[in-house]
Design a protein around this ligand. Sequence first.
Ligand SMILES: [Zn+2]
Length: 222
Amino acid sequence: MGRVLGDLVAPRRCAACDELLAGRALLCATCATTVERYEGAGEPAAFGLYGGAIAQALRRLKYGNRPDLGPILGMLLRDHVLGRLSGPAVEVVVPVPVPKGRLVERGYNQASLLAAPLVGPLGARFAPLALWRAEGVKQAALGRDERMVNLRGALKVRRPLEVQQRHVLLVDDVSTTGATIEACTSVLIGAGARSVRAIVVARTESGPRDAAEIGCGRMDGT
Ligand SMILES: [Zn+2]
């Protein structure tokens, strides 16, 4: 893990624990040992399994007012996951939107920060405002089927011309049940996208159906 994570242009502090780093790395040696790569072929493609220092770094990005971690974690996707995408060339990169209230509170969409470093290497367009998400009922209180209905109702393709007839790459931080990506995919296809693939920094090992039983709690993923 140290070799893979060590070749990033990096912060001088560990993304998970703030330990000072001697060289260019994302994580300190201790944190790096907790990272488990996701080796599966399932959708979404992911850098790692949700847990350990990757989960900690993602929580800091999302809840700890650390937007600086977004591009750094995005470079993980760029360097270690983009090459595993199969299918036609990606034409548009679309971050999964956060509800407006949370966007105002947080000041940034973490998925946009993660997505930005992917745009250049793909030769794609960046469409950070293509999707829009209304405030919804708290997902954690709902069962899987209710979540899907709730999510689909809250999502809108605000700029359909940006996705029509194009191969889209959706980007998010975490996927647990897969419901968010499924709902975004559904509305993008409904708006005329030719195809939608998805990429996340961390996901659970099991498929969407199994993960629905686990519940999300603090990780706030769907
Ligand atoms: Zn650390």
